[in-house]
Design a protein. Structure first.
Length: 270
């Protein structure tokens, strides 16, 4: 974006509270387009369902600029699990309700909720084993302490290729270029099961429309650049580069999908 805008775009990481700290910092800055936010599904939608009280209304505080890309989740198992396909895993779970474990990066995360959705789609109970982050969860998955995980694709590309974990399906509508041989959930016999992360650019509500349009154009051009697209694809990201109007529609849909799932799961955050 800096090339198109003719000035530096500086990344300032503000960790904490699932993105709330960074969001607050952006909302405290002037709504002049000089402070933008890179939201994910977690910070841009799920926090609204997880936190009982937030210092701002997510849906009203931010205005969409454009969608960078989507990152599909992948259903993986420890290689020792006697399931070579998703259908075999479904049969295994149904034959052993309450005995198959799935790991997550913590309660209320997309990894947890995606596993919860998978159990619901299968129609049999799986046991949730939460960890403090995806790293420890993945370590125990590879060690065989837990059996199943539904997590964001990028860290798993090399692990699947090396045989350290077994990929059963992509939780997306299309196959991913990083692992083209892995079928979608629908292809593997579980139609309708979709779960993925995403990255979108937002500004504070009240930012003038011409400024949003200028940022949208810069973002579109950045995502269209071949080097950027190649880098994103190599990381397992599906580049989108859609604008403010498309992101607004997509964002509304994400709220409709995830807030009921979060509430049904009973997950909360403080």
């Amino acid at each position: 974006m800096s090339e198109d805008l003719g000035q530096p775009v500086v990344v300032e990481n503000r960790g904490g509270s699932g993105g709330i700290i960074g969001s607050q910092a952006a909302l405290q800055a002037p709504a002049d387009g000089y402070t933008i936010v890179l939201h994910t599904l977690s910070s841009g939608v799920m926090n609204a369902g997880l936190y009982r009280s937030m210092p701002f209304d997510l849906h009203r505080a931010f205005a969409p600029v454009g969608l960078v890309g989507t990152v599909p989740n992948i259903i993986v198992v420890n290689p020792g699990v006697p399931a070579q396909t998703l259908q075999e895993l479904i049969a295994l779970v149904r034959a052993n309700p309450g005995r198959i474990t799935y790991a997550s990066s913590g309660p209320g995360t997309i990894v947890h909720l995606s596993g919860h959705m998978l159990a619901n789609a299968i129609g049999a109970e799986m046991v949730h084993v939460p960890y403090r982050g995806s790293g420890p969860a993945l370590a125990d998955l590879m060690a065989g302490t837990v059996q199943v995980m539904v997590d964001t694709l990028p860290p798993y590309v090399a692990l699947v290729q090396s045989g350290q974990v077994r990929a059963l399906a992509m939780a997306s509508r299309t196959r991913n270029a990083a692992l083209p041989d892995v079928p979608t959930a629908a292809e593997a016999g579980l139609p309708g099961y979709e779960t993925y992360n995403w990255h979108g650019v937002f500004v504070a509500t009240g930012t003038p429309a011409p400024i949003i349009a200028r940022l949208e154009r810069a973002l579109r051009n950045a995502i269209a650049a071949p080097a950027t697209r190649q880098r994103l694809i190599a990381l397992g990201v599906d580049p989108r580069g859609t604008g403010a109007e498309e992101l607004a529609t997509f964002w509304d849909e994400q709220f409709r999908i995830w807030i009921p799932i979060i509430r049904a799961s009973g997950a909360t955050a403080e």
